[in-house]
Design a binder for this molecule. Structure first.
Ligand code: 5GP
Ligand code: ZN
Length: 112
């Protein structure tokens, strides 16, 4: 499958990685929208939240456990946001599940 984030997860396309294990890869976004902006993706191809189910949801729990650890390690004590876009109208441009972690500035609410 010709999927950009599958290639990043496999190491076929380079990325600035913060964390990797058998389940996931976390790497800095190439076009950061905040002073801290990284992505966490499952290594397994899941298209978006719409494709999460009882057979593949364990990786989602592991990703959130890791986000909590990474946020502590990075000292994101003033708060941070975890965002995932589903579909074009929501702004999803890469069709492989990814969680944005944003911090380091005041993040507006509601999002634009
Ligand atoms: P989406 O718009 O699908 O929610 O998020 C996709 C994100 O992937 C965007 O924030 C975009 O900047 C980032 N991105 C796209 N291509 C690459 C890449 O090749 N490397 C990295 N590190 N980030 C990428
Ligand atoms: Zn993929």
């Amino acid at each position: 499958m010709d999927c950009l984030f599958c290639k990043i997860a496999a190491g076929e396309i380079p990325s600035n990685k913060l964390y990797e294990d058998q389940w996931m890869t976390a790497f800095y976004d190439i076009d950061p929208q905040a002073p801290v902006h990284f992505l966490v993706i499952p290594k397994q191809h899941i298209g978006s939240v719409s494709e999460i189910n009882a057979d593949n949801s364990q990786v989602v729990a592991r990703i959130f456990e890791r986000i909590a650890i990474l946020a502590k390690e990075l000292g994101l004590t003033d708060g941070y946001r975890v965002v995932t876009n589903i579909g074009a109208a929501a702004g999803q441009t890469v069709p492989h599940l990814h969680f944005h972690v944003l911090a380091g500035r005041n993040l507006g609410w509601p999002p634009g």
